[in-house]
Design a protein around this ligand. Sequence first.
Ligand SMILES: O=C(O)CCC(=O)C(=O)O
Ligand SMILES: [Fe+2]
Length: 193
Amino acid sequence: MGGSSGGASILDLHTGALSMATNFVNIYKLIESKPQKEEVFSEKDFEVYRTVKNKIRETIAIHFGISSAQLYLTDPTFFSRLTEKSAQTKHDEYWHKHVDKHTYKSFHFTSLLYLSTYGEDFSGGRFLFTDETSNNTIIIEPKLGRLSAFTSGSENEHFVERVTSGTRFAITVSFTCDPKFAIKDPQIVRHKN
Ligand SMILES: O=C(O)CCC(=O)C(=O)O
Ligand SMILES: [Fe+2]
């Protein structure tokens, strides 16, 4: 279901945003519009999502020495799928260096939970911090279950290399310390029968 016609697709369980060809659709509306109203997600899937998010929040709290009660999930928080396909829109151009906080003002901490493994499931697609003041570039090789977390400001400019083969899956889980930008856990959308 869904998928960008270029190399980068996302699914946001909070808003329902799903890449579709050169645009986005709402997956919950899409499911609702199908005659058979197939069960795409179960309550269990949402429970796993919440549990994983809470574990990531605890991990960030411990590592950065802050209270997890001061860390609120913020948006966008989404699954990503990257392939070698050439970009069709600017949303497909995932390989530019950037500062997360410039794109998303609410971000204080960005985390990435990798769902596939560099060198096994895909090639290319490593994550690089671009610290020009240092001679050693920090490179993160995605690995199933590996978590990377960092503060979202200009101290952590980064980019993802272009995927050259295979499929790279990850989830970006973002946190803010400002309760104004907190988002709720996603809820299962019940079908009206
Ligand atoms: O998937 C990744 O490793 C990082 C993606 C990224 O930089 C972002 O979503 O801002
Ligand atoms: Fe980023």
